[in-house]
Design a protein around this ligand. Structure first.
Ligand SMILES: Nc1ncnc2c1ncn2[C@@H]1O[C@H](COP(=O)(O)OP(=O)(O)O)[C@@H](O)[C@H]1O
Ligand SMILES: [Mg+2]
Length: 227
């Protein structure tokens, strides 16, 4: 079964002459375990699409189904809980809480959910991310690449149905970017984690198994990479 189905999704901003159709009747689906890159020029509608898939922005029309459940019908509270349990979100600027350590940032979704801490899981995640020595550091004491790895840890902690990453390497140099993509690839291969990676960088997109190219709010290409 598809883990994600996007059906005729449309988002318009503004009215009259000022109207912008940021996402224009986009439909596609993603199977469990796929590693999909969504690419396209700046302003093509990638972030708007991601925010609707993540339930942060509401569509003008169309729908998003995650694991068969339509997210548009949910209340704000339902959506916040659903998102925390089913989606891992990664952003260009990490969005870490500056007063919490690396480890505290990673387990934040558990705290918000009132869930019990699982030491084994925390240890495994820190080790996969190469952060075992950095667990007690604050975001301000870490490099950009390390901070981004913490945000990946926070996204992975709940074993989400899928990971949504919007330009996760947009703020990093190419070597550090490669490390971040390697971690995403590893979680995809090792844990069968489904990944949706948004990037304007065509070279980064080539790490995915499938590339969906967006232009002017529409899908202009959807190709499976041969390896
Ligand atoms: N909140 C908003 N209000 C008005 N227009 C917006 C808003 N957000 C995005 N847009 C417009 O929608 C289009 C797509 O933007 P965006 O999804 O951010 O593209 P990308 O992430 O591919 O760079 C752009 O023309 C942008 O100016
Ligand atoms: Mg964007």
């Amino acid at each position: 079964m598809a883990i994600l189905e996007v059906k005729d999704l449309t988002k318009k901003y503004g009215v009259g002459d000022g109207e912008v159709v940021a996402v224009n009747q986009i439909s596609f689906s993603v199977e469990k375990g796929e590693f999909v890159a969504i690419t396209g020029a700046s302003g093509s509608g990638k972030s708007t699409l991601m925010n609707m898939i993540g339930g942060i922005d509401t569509p003008t029309s169309g729908e998003v189904l995650i694991d068969g459940k339509c997210i548009s019908g949910m209340s704000e509270d339902e959506l916040a809980i659903f998102r925390r349990r089913n989606l891992g979100m990664i952003y260009q600027f990490y969005n870490l809480i500056p007063t919490l350590t690396a480890e505290e940032n990673i387990v934040l979704p558990w705290r918000l959910d009132g869930r019990k801490r699982n030491d084994e899981k925390v240890k495994e995640i820190l080790s996969v991310l190469g952060l075992s020595e950095r667990a007690e550091h604050l975001p301000g004491q870490m490099s950009g690449g390390q901070q981004q790895r913490v945000s990946i840890g926070r996204a992975l902690i709940n074993d989400p149905a899928f990971i949504l990453a919007d330009e996760p390497t947009g703020n990093l140099d190419s070597k550090t970017s490669g490390g971040i993509i390697d971690i995403l690839k590893y979680t995809n291969e090792r844990f069968g984690q489904t990944i949706l990676l948004i990037t304007h960088d065509e070279k980064i997109a080539l790490s995915a198994d499938r590339i969906i190219t967006i232009g002017d709010g529409r899908i202009i290409r959807d190709e499976v990479m041969n390896r």
